[in-house]
Write a protein that binds this ligand. Structure first.
Ligand code: HGY
Ligand code: MN
Ligand code: MN
Length: 404
């Protein structure tokens, strides 16, 4: 007996489930690591089980399709995760894509669609997001020289990782894309709190990411008077709170956000005045003026704090992407599709970044959001229902099937 769509989605979810599983729940599947490789291998096996063909490109991205087509609609997302992340971020979109292939096959429709699993969408490993999709669309602002020097969580250089995998930091550009669609969990609370079944994304906030290295002086914590210290961690903590204030100010004006997600303390010993510290800063906004203000004010505050505390400061910009808007025609088409299906739907911005950011500047691009429990994401507690994935997949199908 053929599997129902829901049973098929369940089968897909289970196929990925164990990869990178953590004892306390959740997963870690960092980009360009063996665990992401395993996710792509399983993606390939699932696509081949549909009778699909699987190809990879020189950025390591995987593509599945039933029949080759000069021009096609690309339905994609990613299979890597953040550190201690959830099982739905990215995976839900790839699952929805495979379901479209299965539906087209069952309906005998020759829909020119391809499903993509992009590499290293998360900035968790190398500090740069949408790496796989950004490389093949030429949308990464960082050139190959700078990218090759990015360091992964295990200390490996991206250039060495690519060389060892036979990949290229200047891969051929993707061709033939008619439009790009992505289903993704909202990673926020709006859909759940408003009881809306799907969202159609209007804009995606742009990220700007910085690394700040602070150099003080490690000294004896018992023998060094308070007035004579160059405590790098105290300086870092002042900067953390300054970034929070800047984010709160900009949030009130235009929904921007600012986060210090990474802090390192060296030597991190109980009886040593911290000699060095490192901060990872993530600024997001849908407006360039707000992003500019947050960036300038963050650096200004960091310089003032470090000067006052006699701390050395090294600033390095890790990555940045401009905010993007989704294609108005696709937004209307997806809203109309939801309407025809009687699935409640709302137009909404995305604070989170997605592979769709790499495609929006070049091709008509659209995104469908589905709710996730309490809006929690980037957390082992992240969860969504198969019914929601099905809702989103139904809207995509209703939008796509008219294409034949
Ligand atoms: O960080 C983000 O916005 C996304 O989860 N990559
Ligand atoms: Mn994510
Ligand atoms: Mn994601």
């Amino acid at each position: 007996m053929e599997l129902s769509d829901r049973e098929y989605l369940e089968r897909l979810f289970e196929a990925f489930y164990e990869v990178g599983a953590l004892p306390g729940g959740g997963v870690t599947r960092l980009g360009y690591t063996a665990l992401e490789d395993e996710m792509h291998r399983r993606f390939g096996a699932l696509a081949e089980a549909l009778g699909g063909t699987v190809e990879t490109d020189l950025a390591g991205n995987s593509y599945a399709f039933l029949a080759p087509a000069e021009e096609y609609v690309l339905i994609g997302s990613h299979l890597d995760s953040v550190i201690q992340g959830g099982r739905y971020d990215g995976v839900a979109g790839v699952m929805a894509g495979l379901l479209q292939l299965r539906r087209a096959k069952e309906a005998g429709l020759k829909l020119p669609i391809k499903v993509a699993a992009f590499r290293c969408e998360e900035s968790s490993n190398f500090g740069c997001c949408t790496m796989g999709s950004g490389l093949v669309t030429g949308q990464l602002k960082e050139g190959p020289e700078k990218l090759s020097k990015l360091t992964g969580k295990d200390g490996s250089l991206l250039g060495d990782v690519f060389a060892s995998r036979g990949l290229s930091l200047t891969p051929p550009r993707i061709t033939g894309v008619k439009s790009y669609l992505e289903l993704h969990i909202e990673q926020g609370k709006v859909l759940e709190e408003t009881g809306t079944r799907v969202g159609v994304v209007s804009t995606i906030a742009g990220p700007r990411r910085w690394k700040l290295q602070l150099k003080g002086l490690a000294e004896h914590s018992g023998a060094t008077p308070m007035s004579m210290r160059q405590d790098a961690l105290c300086a870092a903590c002042e900067i953390v709170l300054a970034v929070e204030k800047i984010g709160q100010r900009e949030a009130a004006r235009c929904e921007s956000v600012a986060t210090v997600g990474v802090i390192q303390n060296v030597p991190n010993a109980l009886n040593v005045v911290p000699g060095a510290a490192e901060l990872g800063i993530d600024l997001r906004g849908s407006r360039m003026d707000s992003l500019d203000r947050m960036e300038q004010d963050t650096l200004k505050a960091a310089r003032e704090i470090c000067d006052r505390r006699r701390i050395g400061l090294t600033e390095s910009k890790l990555s940045e992407l401009d905010p993007v808007s989704m294609d108005p025609g696709i937004q209307e088409g997806l809203m109309a599709a939801a309407e025809r299906l009687g699935i409640s739907c709302r137009n909404m911005p995305s604070g989170a970044g997605h592979d769709a950011m790499a495609f929006a500047p070049l091709f008509p691009t659209g995104m469908v959001f589905i709710p996730c429990k309490k809006g929690i994401s980037h957390n082992p507690l992240e969860s969504a229902t198969l019914e929601s994935i099905l809702d989103g997949a139904d809207v995509l199908w209703e939008y796509l099937r008219g294409m034949d």
